[in-house]
Ligand binder design. Structure first.
Ligand code: C2E
Ligand code: MG
Ligand code: MG
Length: 706
């Protein structure tokens, strides 16, 4: 049922009351009920009694006249629409009444049933429109307060008119406090990078009458001074005539998104393990440094650093220890450098260092030496005290390359030569010596053919008894005579052969050839010597290694006691207990066993004791530094330890007389190295067997240092 609307006419003229009733009967606008009173006081009483929908009031009443009537009615019935009835000359008064809150008026002369009817209809329509507007406003308010964005609006002069709850929250300003204040006070924004005030999007939106986005990296300074990263845009607000009356800014908190983006860009540029710049960032830095150097006619150096025998640490102590050692190395490198330098990690145990303040290559060499010395100090990793060495290659701008990639590649090639020349040292790039870095694929393809084409040969390096000077044996060292590239040293291809499994047939060939040769020397009447063959980890682990070994010994007719197998210490420690039983089986055949590159594999003493090893071969990286003093104590301790375990000791890489004397003085059994002889082809080795090694001086003639 339609709601009854009570209309109250306040007028002393009964004729008006008549017209009023007639108009109501006539109108279709729902159900109306009319009431008529003649004085203001009656009307106030009536208003008090029941709700009145609209008031039609004559300004001229017995108990009240003029605007006073209107004021009193507004006071008595706030919010109830009032239509003013006035004399024909009272238009001015009516207008003032409208200003004070009346809704409409009718002047004497126009007061008839039709005008009443039209006025009532207008009022009804207005009520419907107002209700719709209210609903709309309510909906807008609820919407604005429930969306995730902050909304703030201003008038055309940039004073704040509205903030939703989120905007209050983010700016720290309540709507009440903010209202009427200039936008720049409530919405203070700066550029996150320059920290200069940011362009206010609202000004632009208003001035250019278009929607604008916010400056990138915008930061909102809240009322309490704290900061939030925001993203926003502003749009002008128009009136019905399409004139700009203000603007609205919509903004939201992007701190989390921005932090995430920063984190992602950090991760994309840094190595997770060490937190150092990664290849991408390093390349950028080097390129940047090159462009600066080019402008200033300056120079710079790139150091490529690779840890020596790092794999051994991973293999023998586990990856987490390896990781922690890398972290320690990273920290050590960072500590060595100037602020202007950059150290980054390429992956694995490879680091690249950019030195920007390099006037002369000698400066870079000083840095390289400093770095090597710093690295050599023991690294405390958990309960382990680890020593590492590294090999470093250097390239300089502009001599060795004009871009980051070339400089890094050339430093890598130089590092490779540092490795080959015995590790724990540095080399400058030399375009004549450092061939472009090998392409694995082509090496692998070449290796597959090398066996067929008989491109492999063995060279033999004598082992010398340090007491008597006698040649006790030979180490067979593989050489690849590449048809195009010439001789390729084993360090350049063995790891590739291991990677693709080709080491198994190659190793078989080495074993057979070495045994055949040893037997041939004996058959030729030369003094019998042992021949030592290097066995890679893949061979050692291969299930038919043992049976193959038996077949080879049988076919070549070499007595097993003349064959020695060299296994890298790291390989032995990799699966120590499995190694022990495999070694025992090998031992039962009668071959001799040596732990190669001893000192680089972090042996556990208890395992060493358990392994049926005959010899420990002290790595040349320790021997080389005898007499420089760095490793003297270590070498003498190694010899003493080997003695304690009843193992023989062979020192590798002996190059000088001083090294030899030191080793003799400390009771080392045998030695091998350029000082006695380089590795030789079989024929020359046979001659050496007849003549003996030249430089040997018997211990009796040596002054033994204390
Ligand atoms: P390794 O078994 O430790 O061999 C000793 C290396 O030191 C040899 O390098 C030898 O030529 C070199 N050398 C000997 N005396 C001196 C010296 O006084 N000064 C210097 N600077 N170096 C010296 P080479 O022949 O380049 O072999 C390198 C490595 O390649 C060997 O290290 C061994 O691990 C591996 N290798 C060589 N032949 C074979 C093989 O037939 N099979 C396997 N699996 N590995 C092999
Ligand atoms: Mg060896
Ligand atoms: Mg060795």
């Amino acid at each position: 049922m339609a709601q009854i609307r009570n209309l109250l006419l306040i007028d002393q003229d009964p004729a008006h009351a008549e017209l009023f009733r007639a108009a109501l009967l006539d109108t279709n606008e729902g159900a109306f009920h009319d009431e008529w009173v003649q004085t203001l006081s009656q009307s106030v009483q009536r208003l008090d009694e029941k709700p009145i929908w609209a008031i039609f009031a004559n300004t001229f009443l017995p108990d009240s006249q003029g605007l006073d009537t209107i004021d009193k009615l507004i006071q008595a019935a706030p919010g109830v629409p009032i239509l003013v009835l006035a004399g024909a000359d009272d238009e001015g008064l009516c207008r003032e009444a409208l200003r004070r809150g009346a809704k409409d008026y009718l002047l004497e002369g126009h007061i008839d049933a039709y005008s009443f009817g039209r006025a009532i209809r207008n009022m009804a329509e207005r009520e419907t429109a107002e209700q719709a507007l209210f609903t709309e406003k309510e909906r807008a308010a609820v919407t604005l307060n429930s969306i995730g964005s902050a909304v703030l609006s201003t008038d055309v002069s940039g004073n704040v008119t509205y903030l939703n709850v989120m905007a209050e929250d983010m700016t720290g300003w309540s709507r009440q406090d903010a209202s009427g204040r200039p936008l720049s006070k409530v919405f203070r924004i700066i550029d996150g990078v320059t920290r200069e005030p940011a362009r206010n999007p609202m000004d632009v939106a208003i001035r250019q009458n278009k929607t604008v986005g916010l400056t990138a990296n915008c930061i909102l300074i809240r009322r309490d001074g704290s900061e939030i990263a925001i993203e926003d845009y502003a749009a002008p607000i128009h009136d019905r005539e399409n004139r700009v009356t203000g603007a609205v800014i919509v903004f939201h908190d992007v701190s989390a998104a921005r932090a995430m983006a920063m984190q992602m860009s950090y991760l994309a540029q840094h190595d997770v393990l060490t937190d150092l710049p990664n290849r991408m960032m390093l390349t950028d830095r080097v390129d940047h440094a090159i462009s600066l150097a080019r402008r200033n006619r300056g120079s710079l150096a790139v150091l490529f650093l690779d840890l020596d025998h790092f794999k051994n640490i991973n293999d023998s102590l586990g990856h987490s220890t390896g990781d922690r050692l890398l972290q320690s190395v990273a920290a050590c490198l960072s500590a060595c450098l100037r602020l202007s330098d950059t150290v980054g990690r390429l992956g694995g145990d490879e680091f690249v260092i950019l030195l920007t303040e390099v006037k002369h290559p000698a400066d870079a060499a000083i840095s390289a030496r400093k770095i090597l010395a710093a690295l050599a100090a023991p690294h405390q990793v958990g309960e382990h005290e680890l020593t590492v060495t590294a090999s470093v290659g250097l390239s300089t701008y502009p001599a060795d390359g004009e871009d980051a990639e070339t400089l890094i590649r050339n430093a890598d090639a130089a590092m490779y030569r540092a490795k080959k020349s015995g590790r724990n040292n540095y080399r400058f790039f030399d375009s004549r010596q450092d061939a472009p870095v090998d392409n694995w694929i082509s090496v692998e393809a070449g290796l597959r053919l090398a066996l067929e084409r008989q491109e492999f040969v063995l060279h033999y390096q004598p082992k010398v008894n340090l007491q008597t000077g006698a040649i006790t044996g030979a180490e067979a060292l593989l050489r690849w005579q590449h048809p195009v590239r010439g001789p390729i040293p084993p360090l350049e291809f063995i790891y590739i052969a291991e990677g693709c499994g080709l080491i198994l047939p190659i190793g078989q060939w080495v074993l057979r050839e070495a045994c055949r040769q040893a037997r041939a020397w004996q058959d030729a009447g030369l003094p019998p010597v042992t021949v030592a063959v290097n066995v890679s980890s893949l061979e050692f682990k291969s299930s038919d290694f043992l049976s193959q070994l038996r077949i080879v010994l049988e076919e070549t007719r070499l007595e097993s006691r003349y064959l020695e197998l060299e296994l890298a210490e790291s390989v032995l420690m990799q699966h120590a207990s499995a190694s022990a039983s495999a070694l025992n089986t090998l031992k039962s055949i009668g071959v001799r066993l040596a732990a190669d590159d001893f000192g680089t594999g972090y042996s556990s003493l208890s395992y060493l004791k358990m392994f049926p090893i005959d010899y420990l071969k002290i790595s040349q990286s320790f021997v080389r530094d005898i007499t420089t003093g760095d490793y003297d104590a270590i070498v003498s301790a190694m010899i003493a330890m080997a003695k304690g375990l009843h193992k023989q000791v062979i020192a590798e890489g002996v190059e000088t007389r001083e090294q030899m004397t030191f080793l003799q003085a400390h009771g080392c059994d045998q030695a091998q190295g350029y000082y006695f002889s380089k590795p030789l082809v079989a024929q020359e080795f046979a001659k050496l067997l007849e003549t003996g090694v030249a430089p040997f001086a018997p211990p009796a003639c040596v002054a033994v240092p204390e």
